[in-house]
Design a binder for this molecule. Sequence first.
Ligand code: 5GP
Length: 205
Amino acid sequence: MKDLINKIKTDGIALNEDVLKVDSFLNHQIDPVLMKNIGDEFAKHFKDLNITKVFTIESSGIAPALMTSLKLNIPLVVLKKQLPNTLIDGYYSVPVKSFTKNSIYNLTLSKKYISKDDNILIIDDFLAYGEATLGVINIIKEAHANIAGIGIVIEKSFQPGRKKLDSLGYNVYSLARIASMSKNKINFIKEEWFYKSFFFYSFHT
Ligand code: 5GP
């Protein structure tokens, strides 16, 4: 997605080869116009799959996931990283290793907000090692609901998350795919460029 990639190029900061800081537009200060465009793009991509709910993890996934659910006109469910005191009824909970904090949290969902008839779109801000997304997947599977697709705002394709999800057969759509990073340099996978060149070449030979 062109405007997202441009924003990452101008405002994203590669702290090192592994971590991208995007807190000026995605997870501390938030750019609402960009979030709306992200929601529109995910909604357009997944619109024919009869999705019943969008699922995300607090807190960085909420902005893009909310815009997606608004466009699809379906509820957004936010999975918690701690067990809230108010969650007194039944809940699902799975341990997840946090990429940014290098610790374990318990991803938690009230049983009230999922049923076996749900067809769920998972949205998250980043895909790195896939631990967060796999945690959501495990909870959805435990509830015997279906996973229709996974939408990722920024995929770091050089880390193993995408390969794990592909090998499990999930329908993954990432809006920006980063091939590699070094301090202050971010290289994207040039899919659009690749496909345009491929079609140009096919039609002209
Ligand atoms: P994973 O579970 O795929 O290893 O990591 C995904 C989660 O870690 C995301 O929900 C995101 O919050 C966080 N994360 C992973 N990589 C980055 C990064 O480079 N920058 C930031 N800001 N968060 C990240």
